[in-house]
Ligand binder design. Structure first.
Ligand code: GLY
Length: 426
C-alpha cells in the first residue's frame, strides 16, 4: 500500500514510524514532513492547508490511504474532498471537525446531547460579552470559538482583565475570524486530563491513557504549550475512571453523532475536567494529541494500517488493537523562547548519540518535529524540535530519555527536567 501522512510534527513522525512496521506498506509519503521524515518517508513539499495540492498528489500517485495529523486540513474539509474523489482517508469530515474548529458548536452539541459540560454563554460582540462578564464572579474562562493553535483560551481573574481580553479579541481582532464568536465559561478548579479513542462512528476503541505536560516550566508552571512531554499510562487514571468516562462522555457522544447525522471517522480526543467526582467535558479535538500520541504509538503492537483501514471501512469492532504492558515517556526538546518567540536555523548534532558505546536497556526512538534536513545536516526549524521516546518496564525509561537529551545538541536547546518524575528518581 502507498500511504500519505499529512503534517510535520513529532506526531506525524511517530505515525510514520508505526506505519513503517506494517508489512502491507510499500511506500510512505509525508507532506510536508520534517527533517526526520526526510529519512523515514519521502517528504512531499505541499503544505498541510493546500487541500487541492494534496488531493492532486494523492490522485496522481495512487495513494491507497491518507492519514491526517493536524486539525487545520480537517477543518478545511480535506476528508470530504478525498471522499468525493474516491480516496480513502483517516480523519473526520468537515461537519464532524466542527467539534474542534468551533467551540460554540461543540458546547451546543454537548448540551443537545445531555453530555455534562461546564456552564457557558456565547457572544458575537464586545458590549454584550462585557455586560455579561461584569455580572459574573471570577475567575472565568474566555475562549475564542475558532482554531487558534492552542492560544485562544484565557483564564481571567477579574472584570478588568476580562474586558481587556474581550477588547483584544473583538476590537483589535487579534484572532481574526476565529475570534468572531467568544465563549465565556465558568472556571472549575479540578483535575484535568485528556482521553483519546478511535472511532468509525459506530463503535470505539480507547487508546492507552497518556499524561501530557502542558506548561513550559518544571512543576507545571509558566505558559501553556502544545505539550513538553508525555507519559503512558496516565498514573492518575484508573479503569473505574475510564469506564465512567466511556459511559458519560464517549458513548453519549457516539449516540449524538448518530442522532444528528454526523459521520465521524478518526480520533476523538476529549479534554476533561473532574471535580467532586463529577466528570465534565471541556472540549473535543478531532485528531491525535501531540506529544502524547508519540508515547502511545511506541507501545502499539498491532498493525496501525489495520486500525486505520477498519475505521475507513467501518468495521472497527472487528479490529484488534493491542498495546504492550510497558510504560513510556516522550521528552520534548524545544527552542528556548517557545511558546513565544524563538530562533531557528541552528545545526543539530547527534554526535553524543552516535558515540554511545554501551547499549541502553530499552529501545529508544527519536522523532523529529521542528527540524529540516539540508545537504545531509539537520537544523532547528520550529518551537518543538525533537522528541525522545523510550518504552520499557521500569522507571529507567526516564533516565534513558534524559541521558539522550544531553547527547542531542543545538543552540538554545530547552527541555523540562521533570517529565516522568512521577515514575522515577528525578
Ligand atoms: N498535547 C495537546 C494537544 O495535542 O492538543
Amino acid at each position: 500500500m502507498k500511504i500519505l501522512v499529512i503534517g510535520s510534527g513529532g506526531r506525524e513522525s511517530a505515525i510514520v514510524y508505526a506505519i513503517k512496521k506494517s508489512k502491507k506498506v510499500t511506500e510512505i509519503y509525508c507532506a510536508p514532513g520534517n527533517g526526520g521524515t526526510a529519512d523515514t518517508a519521502k517528504n512531499v513539499n505541499i503544505k498541510q492547508d493546500n487541500v487541492e495540492g494534496l488531493l492532486s498528489f494523492a490522485l496522481e500517485n495512487k495513494i491507497d490511504l491518507t492519514v491526517v495529523g493536524p486539525e487545520v486540513p480537517l477543518a478545511m474539509g480535506i476528508a470530504d474532498e478525498f471522499d468525493k474523489a474516491g480516496l480513502k482517508i483517516f480523519g473526520p469530515n468537515k461537519k464532524a471537525s466542527l467539534l474542534e474548529s468551533s467551540k460554540k458548536y461543540a458546547k451546543d452539541f454537548f448540551k443537545r446531547n445531555s453530555i455534562k459540560t461546564v456552564d457557558y454563554a456565547s457572544f458575537t460582540n464586545f458590549t454584550d460579552a462585557a455586560d455579561f462578564v461584569k455580572q459574573k464572579s471570577h475567575p472565568v474562562v474566555i475562549k475564542v470559538d475558532g482554531l487558534a493553535a492552542g492560544k485562544g483560551v484565557f483564564i481571567s481573574n477579574g472584570f478588568e482583565q476580562s474586558r481587556d481580553i474581550l477588547g483584544s479579541v473583538f476590537n483589535e481582532k487579534i484572532f481574526g475570524e476565529s475570534g468572531e464568536t467568544v465563549i465565556i465559561e465558568d472556571f472549575i478548579d479540578g483535575f484535568e486530563l485528556s482521553y483519546m479513542v478511535i472511532t468509525d462512528g459506530i463503535s470505539y476503541k480507547p487508546l492507552i491513557t497518556g499524561m501530557d505536560y502542558k506548561k513550559i516550566y518544571d512543576g507545571d508552571t509558566g505558559e501553556n504549550t502544545g505539550g513538553m512531554g508525555a507519559i503512558t499510562p496516565n498514573p492518575h487514571i484508573s479503569k473505574t475512571l475510564t469506564d465512567k468516562i466511556n459511559e458519560t462522555i464517549i458513548e453519549p457522544t457516539l449516540k449524538g453523532f448518530k442522532n444528528e447525522g454526523i459521520d465521524y471517522k478518526g480520533v476523538l480526543y476529549a479534554g476533561i475536567i473532574i471535580k467532586n467526582d463529577e466528570i465534565y467535558v471541556l472540549e473535543f479535538n478531532v485528531r491525535f494529541g501531540d506529544p502524547e500520541t508519540q508515547a502511545v504509538l511506541v507501545r502499539l503492537k498491532s498493525d496501525i494500517i489495520d486500525l486505520f483501514m477498519s475505521v475507513v471501512n467501518e468495521n472497527l469492532k472487528d479490529c484488534e488493537l493491542v498495546f504492550d504492558d510497558n510504560k513510556s515517556i516522550c521528552l520534548v526538546l524545544s527552542s528556548e523562547g517557545y511558546p513565544k518567540k524563538y530562533k531557528t536555523g541552528y545545526e543539530i548534532s547527534f554526535d553524543g548519540i552516535n558515540n554511545i558505546s554501551a547499549k541502553y536497556k530499552y529501545e529508544y526512538h527519536i522523532f523529529h518535529a521542528g527540524t529540516k534536513k539540508i545537504d545531509g545536516k539537520y537544523y532547528t526549524n520550529g518551537g518543538r524540535v525533537m522528541n525522545i521516546c523510550v518504552n520499557g518496564k521500569t522507571p529507567e525509561i526516564v533516565d534513558i530519555a534524559y541521558d539522550i537529551a544531553k547527547k542531542i545538541n543545538f543552540e538554545n536547546k530547552y527541555y523540562r527536567k521533570d517529565i516522568g518524575k512521577i515514575y522515577a528518581r528525578y
